[in-house]
Design a protein around this ligand. Structure first.
Ligand code: SF4
Length: 362
């Protein structure tokens, strides 16, 4: 028996939670957490304890804006080789997705790492663009490649983001009353505990960093409930088998050496201060937005409207559950997604559909 999936321990935690008699709405910001929650039915079990857990802006592909998706499509259609992780392929931009561009003949390739993309540039001699997606977890590998040196025909369309500024924005908007946040184990492995502390102080909200197994999540919920019961609002680390207080200093140094924070739109959110990573000098010559500024000038940072009827904005702010979207499971499915939350394996709609396959109940 894998000890982080032990049923009898889970039952004991749930029993404790039930006996607390609380009525809580919590948020997490991680596609992998959502996967565990839905796959193991933890949301249904927690509902029986008076606790609802909603997913917030924790899927990097989902928070990528229409304008950013469109930038990649425009570069592909203008003859560059665009390399990307698979999840990004079908995210709709304004004029279609990268998959659409590929069907029209553009050179769009799925890669498993930035190293693969660099190899394509070296081998083909073509202008190669790598679409860099992800929070603090994936940014270090982009940074390592930048520091090692990249071929001149290679550039990075950088959509890496910092998570804490989004948490701050979410709480400052105050649309959804939440009593605690479960923080992602992988991002926290890089950034540590400290960046969350200012948020707990500012908003008087409990936060617990959690691993990805069912018992990690149940324990994190219990730790938040215990804080609520004791009128505390601190940051606790349930995932202490991996996450250190100061984070991964080496990775943080790499991020700092290569990127600088800039204000940015996120899908579903207004502009968030210092929330996006931009290649700093001397790496900015490898920034696709700088190199192809003329081609992208109408698109960068444009505020394009969402696909008609798409509710991803609300799903990403925790205001709507996937099944509440009128398009869920009917017009919008993983086979023909309308919004990024259905495209990405980390998106709330995709996860709901994959595990529960619930067609819209009208
Ligand atoms: S069901 Fe589709 S359109 Fe609706 S919120 Fe989810 S991804 Fe967006």
């Amino acid at each position: 028996m894998f000890r982080f999936r032990d049923e009898s321990t889970a039952s004991k935690i749930l029993e404790r939670l039930r006996s607390m008699g609380l009525n809580l709405t919590l948020m997490h910001v991680c596609g992998t957490h959502q996967d565990t929650i839905v796959r193991y039915g933890l949301d249904l079990l927690l509902e029986g304890c008076g606790i609802e857990v909603r997913q917030g802006p924790g899927c990097p592909v989902c928070v990528t804006t229409m304008a950013e998706a469109e930038e990649a499509v425009v570069l592909a259609r203008s003859g560059k080789t665009v390399t990307t992780f698979g999840d990004m392929l079908r995210v709709p931009g304004v004029s279609g997705s990268l998959a659409d561009a590929r069907a029209e003949g553009a050179d769009v390739r799925v890669v498993y790492s930035i190293t693969d993309a660099v190899r394509i540039a070296e081998k083909t001699g073509r202008e190669v663009v790598f679409v860099a997606i992800g929070f603090e977890t994936t940014a270090p590998s982009t940074a390592v490649t930048a520091l090692k040196g990249m071929p001149e025909n290679f550039s990075i369309l950088c959509f890496h983001r910092y998570l804490p500024p989004a948490l701050d924005m979410l709480l400052s908007m105050g649309e959804l009353k939440i009593q605690g946040i479960i923080e992602p184990g992988h991002v926290s492995t890089i950034i540590g505990v400290r960046p969350y502390e200012a948020i707990s102080r500012k908003y008087k909200i409990p936060q617990v960093i959690a691993g990805f197994e069912p018992l990690d999540i149940l324990m994190a919920v219990y730790m938040i409930a215990r804080q609520v019961k004791n009128s505390e609002s601190i940051v606790e680390n349930e995932y202490n088998r991996t996450v250190r207080y100061a984070g991964n200093l080496k990775a943080l140094k790499l991020i700092h050496q290569v990127f600088e924070p800039v204000d940015s739109m996120w899908r579903g959110f207004p502009r968030i201060r210092c929330s996006k990573m931009r290649l700093r000098e001397p790496f900015s010559v490898f920034d696709s937005e700088v190199r192809y500024a003329e081609e992208l000038k109408e698109i960068i940072d444009a505020d394009f409207s969402e696909p008609e009827g798409c509710s991803c904005n609300k799903v990403l702010r925790g205001l709507m559950e996937p099944r509440e979207c009128p398009l869920f499971g009917g017009v919008c499915t993983p086979q023909s997604p309308i919004g990024p939350c259905m495209v990405s394996m980390e998106g709330a709609c995709n996860i709901e559909y994959r595990y529960r396959r619930i067609a819209k109940i009208s």
